[in-house]
Design a protein around this ligand. Structure first.
Ligand SMILES: [Zn+2]
Length: 159
């Protein structure tokens, strides 16, 4: 167990939040922010670092990230000032940035946060987008909840 414990302790000491995007890495700015091959025109805004890793595993996004560090939640006492929203607005205001994807949870708190963030980003000259909602890959319709079914049908597109 000791080598494992030592490795965890070493990782704990070396890993820190990226001062640009909020991702965790052993370097600051993180390896995503400093990767010259990434598309610097698109920032994908997520709730937590685990969302960055999920999107990276899926190879779904080749742009940059911005970790908010939570969502607005009056019940939990989390307000806009507790999140990295000001930093997002500053980054989105840079001329190189053309789009901000608000990839936030499909919950009341997540959508409240997305709405608040999009209002703050308005007027900066960036396209503000959100995640599509609907039928999961490999999913059957008759097992989906009503909210997902309704959202999927509403977001239908020509084939
Ligand atoms: Zn970073």
């Amino acid at each position: 167990m000791k080598p494992l414990g030592d490795a965890i302790a070493r990782a704990y000491e070396m890993v820190r939040p990226c001062t640009v995007c909020g991702n965790w890495d052993t370097q600051d700015p993180c390896s995503i922010c400093t990767d010259e091959t990434r598309d610097k025109t698109v920032i994908c805004c997520v709730q937590d670092v685990s969302d960055v890793w999920a999107l990276e595993r899926a190879r779904a996004h080749r742009g940059l990230y911005h970790v908010l560090g939570g969502v607005i939640s009056p019940l939990d006492g989390v307000g806009p000032d507790d999140l990295r929203l000001r930093e997002l607005t500053e980054r989105a205001g840079q001329p190189a940035v053309l789009e901000v994807v608000l990839a936030l949870p499909a919950t009341v708190d997540g959508q409240t946060t997305a709405h608040y963030a999009s209002e703050r980003l308005e007027g900066l000259g960036v396209t503000i987008t959100g995640m599509a909602r609907g039928v999961p890959v490999g999913g059957e319709l008759d097992v989906l909840d009503e909210g997902t079914l309704a959202a999927a049908l509403k977001a239908r597109r020509p084939l």
